[in-house]
Write a protein that binds this ligand. Structure first.
Ligand SMILES: NC(=O)c1ccc[n+]([C@@H]2O[C@H](COP(=O)([O-])OP(=O)(O)OC[C@H]3O[C@@H](n4cnc5c(N)ncnc54)[C@H](OP(=O)(O)O)[C@@H]3O)[C@@H](O)[C@H]2O)c1
Length: 320
């Protein structure tokens, strides 16, 4: 392994946007070791095998990470820290779920959309940030659906207190599951932005590391598996009818195109000094009005520390 080698971890790198981003990085970053952090080891290894074949890049490893289990996140961080992999350059927080069929509960008893899309990533970053090299990058995959002004057709986020989100499964089950599930999704994508802004500030204020943190909206990608809990009819409409919009709508993209844009945020010199920003593709734009609410942002951070039982000895981003 050359000294200049660096590691890039992509959560949910076995399929969809994560796979396409990882593939671009494997094609363009010859000194990068790509880690596909996947909940299903078999799928992860199959994806690593396929990616090596497609790109000719051999430094690709699949590692087990189930973001719906805080124990799995801690195990991943420990294994990663003790592995002989090159220094950690980037964390791409890409894995995500959206449920419209029923209430889903994580291994720790939290509502699963909140647990996977936000809480697992929150813990992962806190445990690994001190392993990151200077000029490293963290990128959250958020979504334009967090912003009601974008008129995405999704329910607008509702944020009162992260504790309510963490324990909202009963509420989901009791109400219109499809609506509530999609609202939890857009709210989780708002949480990604709160977390981006808070992390960027904390890294600047509490550490002397030069690590950037940004959020990314890939646009609508009808080809991915995100709609897997939808009915077969709606999946068909999403994939093939909405899919036709790729040809005419600037915010409807192929997964490959969004993957290339996400990879650019991870490595392009263009974004070297950018931190605490929100990108629609590779264009910096303001995030929603609600995403700048400092009270919500602090509430999300504090509740996340409490729910993950994160200790000051585990993270350089906590003050006692
Ligand atoms: N598709 C869109 O239109 C769209 C639009 C805006 C934003 N996004 C965002 O893009 C990101 C990628 O989604 P996608 O569209 O590519 O969907 P996808 O094809 O369903 O990929 C989601 C990835 O997340 C992984 N994942 C799910 N639960 C996990 C867990 N508990 N632990 C670890 N990994 C887990 C999945 O693993 P398995 O393969 O094992 O299920 C899969 O690798 C998400 O954050 C999503 O919110 C998507």
């Amino acid at each position: 392994m050359q000294l200049s080698m660096k590691t890039i971890v992509i959560t949910g790198g076995n399929t969809g946007l994560g796979y396409e981003c990882a593939k671009t990085l494997a094609q363009t970053e010859k000194n990068a070791h790509i880690v596909l952090a996947c909940r299903n080891t078999k799928k992860g290894e199959e994806a690593a095998f396929a990616m090596k074949k497609e790109t000719g890049h051999t430094n690709i490893t699949a590692m087990e990470l189930d973001l719906s289990s805080l124990e799995s996140v801690r195990t991943f961080a420990k294994k990663f820290s003790t592995s002989p992999l090159p220094p950690l350059y980037a964390l791409v927080c890409n894995a995500g779920v959206q449920f419209v069929d029923k209430a889903h509960v994580s291994k720790d008893g939290f509502e699963e959309t909140f647990a996977v899309n936000h809480l697992g990533h929150f813990l992962l970053i806190n445990l690994l940030v001190d392993k990151m090299v200077d000029h490293g990058r963290i990128v959250f995959v958020s979504s334009g659906t967090h912003d009601p002004l974008k008129k995405s057709g999704m329910p607008e986020p509702v944020y009162e207190d992260a504790m309510l989100l963490a324990y909202s499964s009963k509420e989901v089950a009791a109400k219109d599951v499809s609506f509530t599930g999609r609202r939890l999704y857009t709210t989780s994508k708002l949480c990604n932005i709160y977390c981006t802004y808070e992390l960027a500030d904390r890294i600047n204020l509490l550490t002397n590391k030069q690590i950037t943190v940004n959020a990314f909206d890939p646009g609508l990608m009808p080809e991915t598996g995100l709609a897997r809990s939808w009915s077969p009819f709606l999946r068909f409409v999403s994939r093939y009818i909405l899919g036709m919009l790729i040809l005419v709508h600037p915010q409807v993209n192929t997964t490959a195109k969004s993957g290339r844009r996400l990879a650019a945020l991870v490595t392009s010199p263009q974004f070297e000094d950018s931190t605490g920003k929100y990108y629609e593709g590779v264009k910096e734009i303001p995030s929603s009005v609600m995403s700048y609410n400092l009270v919500n942002r602090k509430n999300l951070w504090n509740v996340s520390v409490e729910l993950t039982k994160l200790k000051a000895s585990e993270s350089i981003l906590l003050t006692d």
